[in-house]
Design a protein around this ligand. Structure first.
Ligand SMILES: [Zn+2]
Length: 86
């Protein structure tokens, strides 16, 4: 099918994992945002993310706690592991 998937950089992926560990605590009110590009297949109703979205963690009043770019294409499994996807 040739769908391109971005791997991102290892540094960014690690930063994102670290940010989730730091801010996404059980019972906490952390909001997770994945900003996909307009062309992303996931937004068009597909199952695969083929962009390189910006990941953002916000607190309960919308302040940005962490923002990570270039961590690669989004996989739903990413957040099943953390168990806090809303
Ligand atoms: Zn995407």
């Amino acid at each position: 099918m040739g769908t391109e998937v971005f791997k991102g950089s290892r540094k960014s992926r690690r930063a994102w994992v670290a940010a989730q560990k730091k801010y996404m605590r059980p019972g906490g009110l952390t909001h997770l945002q994945v900003k996909h590009d307009d062309f992303c297949e996931l937004l068009a109703g597909g199952y695969l993310c083929n962009c390189n979205p910006i990941r953002v963690l916000k607190d309960d009043v919308g302040r940005i706690l962490a923002l990570v770019e270039n961590a690669g294409s989004y996989s739903p499994l990413e957040f099943l592991r953390s168990g806090q996807h809303d």
